[in-house]
Design a protein around this ligand. Structure first.
Ligand code: PAF
Length: 292
């Protein structure tokens, strides 16, 4: 496994690759990330993993400075999984005009996203998805556009809105990249693995799987024929709030457009974001209804 810090070295190394499978991450790797790398390994391609905590996707009051950075442990896990190249650029490498005090204005051209990116997680995290899409496009340019014929990038389904936006960006910008979605890895109690789970106290960790269970109850109710989505969302929000959660949103959407679900939609996704103390957890369940 080669560990590369600069774009120039990466480009040189990838120049002769025919197939590349890329897994972008922000590090602090857990079994969910490793599952994505294992999926990349099945593609018969050079497996590239990036580790970069992207300042552009964090808001002013978010956890950029405290975000867990565990490079040595991450590299050990990637070596054991069989990644071929790990790209660990500095902020200056990705953003040549980077200046930590400049409040994100160092990236002069950013991706302007459609309205959907201001909803759901985008409502609580203004600018997050534009910062995320901007770095992903930059990483795609660095990883893919020096020759490979087969270009695959793998994203987890846990960040459903992120996956949706990346797929849309690839389509809108005609990027010749195949986006593959990896399943959400869960603890035995249902809690979706996330780097931010490490912020939870033991009591919060016990409570945390309730978000997934609550989303599951919404799926059951919808499958039983209840299509009063607005009421179901309000009831679930109230239920979690009574148990001490601070709910950002609970929303039933079309899995195809991410617009609020209507009774005509058959492919649905229920998404939720809610806080245990200061720790924000997100989760979602995709499901299909049978036509009447
Ligand atoms: O999902 C993440 O870890 C990040 O949003 C990503 C895709 C690596 C971009 O910084």
């Amino acid at each position: 496994m080669q560990i590369i810090k600069t774009a120039a070295e990466l480009s040189q190394l990838l120049a002769n690759q025919n197939a590349i499978a890329f897994v972008p991450t922000m590090g602090n790797l857990h079994a969910g990330h490793i599952q994505l790398v294992e999926l990349a390994k099945t593609k018969n391609a050079c497996v590239v993993v990036s580790i970069f905590v992207n300042p552009l996707q964090f808001g002013a009051n978010e956890d950029l400075s405290s975000y867990p950075r565990t490079l040595d442990a991450d590299l050990e896990k990637l070596e054991a999984t069989g990644a071929n190249i790990v790209f660990t650029p500095s902020e200056q490498e990705i953003y040549p005009d980077f200046d930590a005090s400049s409040n994100n204005t160092y990236q002069k051209i950013t991706i302007n996203l459609p309205r959907i990116s201001d909803e759901l997680c985008g409502e609580a995290r203004p600018g997050h998805f534009s910062g995320m899409a901007t770095v992903v496009l930059k990483l795609f340019n660095l990883v893919f556009f020096n020759g490979a014929n087969t270009k695959i990038a793998i994203f987890g389904k846990k960040d459903f809105q992120q996956l949706f936006i990346i797929r849309d960006m690839v389509k809108q910008f005609n990027l010749p990249i195949e986006i593959i979605a990896g399943d959400t890895k869960r603890e035995a109690d249902g809690l979706a693995l996330s780097s931010r789970n490490s912020y939870l106290t033991p009591a919060q960790k016990l409570e945390a799987p309730r978000l997934y269970r609550a989303l599951g109850l919404l799926v059951d109710a919808t499958k039983k024929g209840n299509t009063d989505f607005a009421t179901l969302e309000v009831q679930t929000t109230r239920f979690l709030t009574q148990l001490g959660w601070i709910v950002d949103y609970i929303s039933i959407r079309s899995a195809e457009t991410l617009l609020p679900a209507t009774s005509a939609d058959l492919k649905l996704v229920v998404l939720g974001a809610a806080r245990q103390g200061t720790t924000r957890l997100i989760d979602n369940i995709e499901f299909t209804l049978k036509p009447n």
